[in-house]
Design a protein around this ligand. Structure first.
Ligand code: NAP
Length: 273
């Protein structure tokens, strides 16, 4: 029951109407009986999110596309990891100061660690946006060797140089002997719903494949990977684990992981496209 003592957390982005964070976090708040509620706001500028958090005295915030980079300039502090990745998806308010950090990389690592060890693995990240940055950081931090492919080569080269990984061309696939693949592009959703950047023949048994896309839950890439005998990890697991880390930052409580997973699965199942 919301009352005058209720504290609020909110997601800010544009668009934000399809976000599953309200369902995931409210399920967790309710499960633990916390007097907290999670809201979603569409804002055009990152600065507006920062003003809203301060003015309304929010406990914290989740920041999503396209504000994850720009929000950094409006916070009192960004932790080392947020600065290394170059993006903040989580804000916590502490004594009138807004602190920024990033939990997307933890989402990648924890989702993958459920099925494999990461140390020493040869990994390929597809994409060079904010999600790719988080994946590269997480994989490298876990001792993996990271290769990067991107449609826009200049952007790919530049990110590889910045994050100290190796930019490779699409034709190099065969000689790379990739053990773990992460799709950090939107290919597989919306207009590209039945497409994949990697063909079915390129996938192998024993390979681990994470597709960050979770609409649909089983993308073309994951279907092909399952057929090839690869170990599949859904983008929903990444979404869940970045949210679990956020929940623990905002509340200081251990997150009810299964309750949060169930809320995500049910919300997706109830969507009507
Ligand atoms: P972004 O900053 O816009 O970057 C998108 C990347 O995808 C760019 O490198 C872009 O390549 C590439 N790309 C886009 N369309 C492509 C196409 N048709 N063919 C080949 N490459 C294409 O986006 P982002 O924030 O990194 O997010 C990437 C995806 O991850 C989104 O679908 C997002 O929803 C998902 N995501 C999921 C989670 C989760 O929790 N599961 C968390 C964060 C993000 P160019 O450089 O060539 O344009």
């Amino acid at each position: 029951m919301i009352n005058a003592q209720t504290a609020y957390v909110a997601i800010f982005g544009n668009p934000v109407a399809h976000s599953l964070s309200p369902q995931m976090h409210n399920a967790a708040f309710n499960h633990l009986g916390l007097n907290l509620a999670f809201l979603a706001f569409k804002v055009n500028k990152a600065a507006e999110a920062a003003v809203a958090i301060r003015t309304l005295g929010l406990r914290g915030a989740s920041i999503t596309i396209p504000h994850k980079e720009a929000i950094m300039g409006h916070l009192d502090e960004v932790d080392d990891v947020g600065r290394a990745i170059g993006a903040v998806n989580t804000v916590v308010a502490q004594e009138d100061r807004l602190l920024g950090c990033n939990t997307d990389w933890l989402g990648v690592v924890r989702a993958l660690e459920q099925v494999t060890e990461l140390g020493g693995k040869r990994c390929l990240v597809l994409g060079a946006g904010g999600a790719a940055r988080a994946a590269i950081f997480g994989l490298q931090n876990s001792g993996a060797e990271v290769f990067l492919m991107n449609r826009n080569q200049e952007r790919g080269h530049s990110l590889a140089a910045e994050m100290n990984c190796i930019f490779v061309e699409w034709q190099s696939w065969d000689r790379l002997e990739i053990q773990l693949l992460v799709n950090a592009t939107p290919v597989g959703m919306s207009a590209t719903r039945d497409q994949s950047l990697i063909s079915a023949e390129q996938l192998k048994g024993g390979m681990v494949v994470l597709d960050m896309v979770y609409r649909p839950l089983e993308t073309r890439l994951l279907k092909d990977a399952a057929t090839a005998g690869s170990i599949c990890v859904s983008g929903l697991e990444m979404l869940l684990h970045q949210g679990v880390a956020q929940f623990e930052i905002w509340t200081g409580e251990e997150a009810p992981v299964e309750v949060m997973r169930q809320a995500l699965v049910e919300s997706l199942a109830n969507e009507t496209d």
